[in-house]
Write a protein that binds this ligand. Sequence first.
Ligand code: MTE
Ligand code: MO
Length: 200
Amino acid sequence: MFNKLNKIKNIKKNIISEEIPPGQFVTEKFPALTFGEIPNIDIEKWKLKITGNINYPFTLNWTDIQKYKMIKTTTPFHCITQWSRMVNHWEGIPFKKIYELAKPKPEAIYVMIHSYGGYSTNLDLQTLLEENVILAHIHDGSILSPEHGYPLRLVVPDRYGWKSAKWISKIEFTNNNLPGFWESRGYHMNGDYWKEERFS
Ligand SMILES: Nc1nc2c(c(=O)[nH]1)N[C@H]1C(S)=C(S)[C@@H](COP(=O)(O)O)O[C@H]1N2
Ligand SMILES: [Mo]
């Protein structure tokens, strides 16, 4: 009797440890989800602008980016269209590094991420300062393909996929929480998949 109970417990634990959020289905593939065209980016002309209510605005080119130390993080990826890719190995620059260099004013507690092609998404600064939030250049050991965000994309593992903006061009620190591309079309401002914050 005791043994049987234990077994049930273990099975339950396994299910829980797979950590699939409500309403999601696991895929082994890595679907590419993009609204509009895949931007054609020339790495020689690529720039990332750090702007907004900060003490030290700056712009990085690809040579600058290569000077930063890259970190690795392994995270799940959950899309609002219900696919989840459970294991993703990312390499990139911690978002926190950008924050430390930019030194935002104390009241700038939100961030708008802008992409080449016009996409954008909003996040609160606290979420972005989690250790696992990176500007990624490498996925599963390979340089990002054009459709997955080459040369640099944001990865926010604790939010639905639409917050992980591909082809980032500008990081803007703001005082107010303004809606990004999908957020102004009905997607949730926060997007926490454990709370199923899909739409607002
Ligand atoms: N610039 C940009 N970033 C984007 C999107 C987009 O359309 N444009 N789609 C988002 C959505 S809805 C998801 S689920 C993920 C998908 O990432 P993937 O295409 O690398 O799988 O990218 C996000 N980042
Ligand atoms: Mo998505």
